[in-house]
Design a protein around this ligand. Structure first.
Ligand SMILES: O=P(O)(O)OC[C@H]1O[C@H](OP(=O)(O)OP(=O)(O)O)[C@H](O)[C@@H]1O
Ligand SMILES: O=c1cc[nH]c(=O)[nH]1
Ligand SMILES: [Mg+2]
Length: 216
């Protein structure tokens, strides 16, 4: 079977609404954070379809026996927010995955070379191959940060087919790089924008997501 990167842009009015709020240059940090939380929530809702492991069982209603499906607690579910900006999507993701373990990964791009460097890595030494991993990072620009995150996660034993990405704005260079290196990935994003500018910013994008989240 040939695997191919899948990028989902869910056509949901709430996702469109909060994307518009996040993009608007006049949106203050406090509202920007609300927009990112809501985008994290609704994109996670879409991303965990046919991904969150379930188990079928039999229960008794007050009236009769009835089949039921529950979340399978045996398979670990993990969220990896890429600091800083990925943290802005975490509250929304966590509201749907309250039992997930959160492993923080701090990456920052060099403003000149655009290469990421890691300043915090709270990933465990090993992860079970079946672990479901949701990575949150609102901006996929050159793709360098996401590739660095995927390398760290996969070298710890996770099967790439169990990894999903929640993003807000994705750009073609990142999608091309991820498609070549990780064809089994599923990406959930609010928008795909056309270009990067000379500084590696997505245009029209939403600016520096980390700075806008934290008012820096
Ligand atoms: O696809 P890339 O070209 O790697 O760019 C995307 C990365 O850049 C931003 O992080 P940044 O380095 O600005 O750190 P911050 O989140 O702390 O602002 C963003 O949050 C991504 O992690
Ligand atoms: O447009 C961009 C690109 C990278 N990081 C951001 O925060 N914004
Ligand atoms: Mg930034």
């Amino acid at each position: 079977m040939t695997l191919q990167l899948r990028v989902y842009v869910p056509p949901h009015p709430l996702i469109k609404h909060w994307l518009g709020v996040a993009r608007d240059v006049g949106t203050p940090s406090v509202l920007f954070r609300t927009a990112m939380t809501e985008l994290g929530r609704w994109l996670t809702y879409e991303a965990i379809r046919e991904w969150l492991p379930t188990e079928d069982t039999q229960i008794e209603t007050p009236l009769a026996a009835c089949p039921a499906t529950f979340i399978n607690p045996e398979i670990p579910v993990v969220v990896v927010p890429i600091l800083r900006a990925g943290l802005s999507l975490l509250d929304g993701a966590q509201s749907l995955l309250p039992l997930a373990s959160i492993y923080h990964l701090g990456l920052v791009r060099d403003e000149q070379t655009l290469k990421p460097s890691c300043y915090l890595n709270k990933l465990p030494a090993q992860m079970h191959p079946e672990t479901r991993v949701l990575i949150t990072d609102p901006m996929l620009a050159t793709g360098g940060s996401m590739v660095a995150a995927l390398e760290e996660i996969i070298q710890r034993g996770v099967d790439p087919v169990n990894i999903r990405i929640v993003s807000v704005v994705a750009a073609p260079p990142a999608l091309q790089k991820l498609s070549a290196d990780y064809p089994s990935l599923n990406i959930y994003t609010a928008a795909i924008d056309e270009v990067l500018n000379d500084q590696g910013f997505i245009v029209p994008g939403l600016g520096d997501a980390g700075d806008r989240t934290y008012g820096t």
